[in-house]
Ligand binder design. Structure first.
Ligand code: HEC
Ligand code: HEC
Ligand code: HEC
Ligand code: HEC
Ligand code: HEC
Length: 224
């Protein structure tokens, strides 16, 4: 920046201001366009760690995507399949195991601060046992993608025909925190349907059972 002459620096400043104005608008969440929306969640659950590093299948948790309209968010019990044993990050658990070995004792059970909200939601104590003095309550995940009710969208028609989650949600396996990648506007739906209709078929590799004439741009396909 210091090396730049006046007029170029001025140009840069104008551009930065322009960019800020555009971002400001996107953050205002105009109805029907929440592209980029990335709310904080009640638990700092990481898709990058689980679906990326650990390569968990999306459908292990979003199993409903194959059979119905909604992909759904998994109930806390699904998390406890692992987090009954994995009570903290690997680094913390390994350090405790080593300390226990050195001190010739049993390793202590450590529930990390990041996982405690999961235990709280299920009313399970740090010892892994149900705590009868507390009531379980569902985790209040903040909904990110949300189409208006007058639109008929169904996950299963897409997922069972081989449209990848990432085609609509972007590289979720690289996201520390999920954000809405696509605009979710009518134009966005129709553009992909056009590209994959009878004449198209470039954006998505054809899969065996695919019926391209079902990639409809008729109003009635998406509106009741
Ligand atoms: C271990 C369980 C688990 C796995 C595996 C998983 N997810 Fe998720 N997903 C969640 C949870 C919990 C939430 C809600 C909290 C959040 O947004 O991070 C969520 C939220 C989402 C959302 C946003 C939902 C909304 O409110 O709009 C999308 C999109 C999503 N996941 C896609 C994926 C994709 C794609 C994969 C595979 C690459 C995947 N998930 C793998 C548990 C999982
Ligand atoms: C053709 C585009 C498309 C594909 C493919 C797709 N989604 Fe979605 N997804 C959407 C849209 C649109 C919404 C918003 C739905 C609504 O509000 O009714 C959504 C919502 C979600 C949600 C929020 C909860 C819900 O069901 O409304 C999750 C979680 C999710 N998707 C995960 C996935 C996963 C995992 C896959 C792959 C197995 C996937 N999606 C494939 C477009 C897609
Ligand atoms: C298949 C097993 C498995 C499932 C299912 C699973 N996790 Fe994990 N999770 C792990 C492992 C293993 C780690 C530790 C990774 C590390 O530290 O390298 C972890 C780490 C975490 C952490 C960070 C803990 C810390 O203290 O650093 C959080 C938070 C978390 N998971 C939340 C969840 C939530 C919420 C769900 C359910 C939606 C879930 N996990 C489902 C295996 C799983
Ligand atoms: C990435 C591409 C893509 C996007 C984006 C997309 N779709 Fe689709 N959609 C498809 C494909 C491919 C099919 C055809 C599946 C088949 O072969 O039957 C389809 C089928 C459908 C069908 C079934 C139509 C019929 O006549 O049976 C509906 C309804 C639908 N999509 C609604 C939507 C809506 C609503 C959106 C936007 C919120 C959307 N789609 C976004 C690719 C997409
Ligand atoms: C492939 C799916 C799809 C098809 C086909 C489709 N729409 Fe839509 N439509 C949507 C989605 C998604 C929205 C909500 C997002 C938005 O407003 O852009 C929407 C919104 C609308 C709205 C509300 C706009 C607003 O500003 O609130 C109207 C009106 C509408 N559509 C009419 C039509 C008509 C008429 C046709 C046929 C020429 C049609 N749609 C075909 C998916 C579709």
């Amino acid at each position: 920046m210091l090396m730049r002459s006046g007029p170029i620096a001025l140009g840069g400043a104008v551009l930065v201001l322009g960019g800020a104005a555009v971002l400001g608008e996107a953050n205002a969440h105009l109805p029907g366009n929440q592209q980029g929306y990335q709310p904080d969640q009640p638990i700092r659950y990481s898709h990058r760690m689980h679906a990326g590093e650990m390569q968990m299948d999306c459908r292990y948790c979003h199993f409903a995507a194959e059979t119905g309209r909604h992909a759904g968010v998994p109930p806390a019990q699904v998390c406890m399949n692992c987090h009954g044993q994995v009570t903290a990050g690997a680094d913390v658990l390994l350090a405790e195991r080593k300390a226990a070995l050195d001190e010739k004792r049993d390793p202590r059970r450590i529930v990390s601060d990041r996982l405690r909200p999961l235990y709280d939601a299920l009313a399970i104590g740090d010892d892994g046992k149900p705590d009868s003095s507390r009531t379980p309550r569902p985790i209040a995940w903040v909904r990110i993608h949300d189409l208006p009710d007058f639109v008929a969208f169904d996950h299963s028609v897409h997922v069972t025909r081989g449209v990848a989650c990432q085609a609509c949600h972007g590289p979720v396996e690289a996201m520390e925190q999920v954000r809405q990648e696509a605009p979710l506007t009518m134009g966005w739906c129709v553009e992909c349907h056009r590209a994959n209709g009878r004449e198209g078929g470039v954006a998505i590799p054809p899969v065996a059972a695919r019926a391209p004439d079902h990639v409809s741009v008729d109003c009635a396909a998406c509106h009741y």
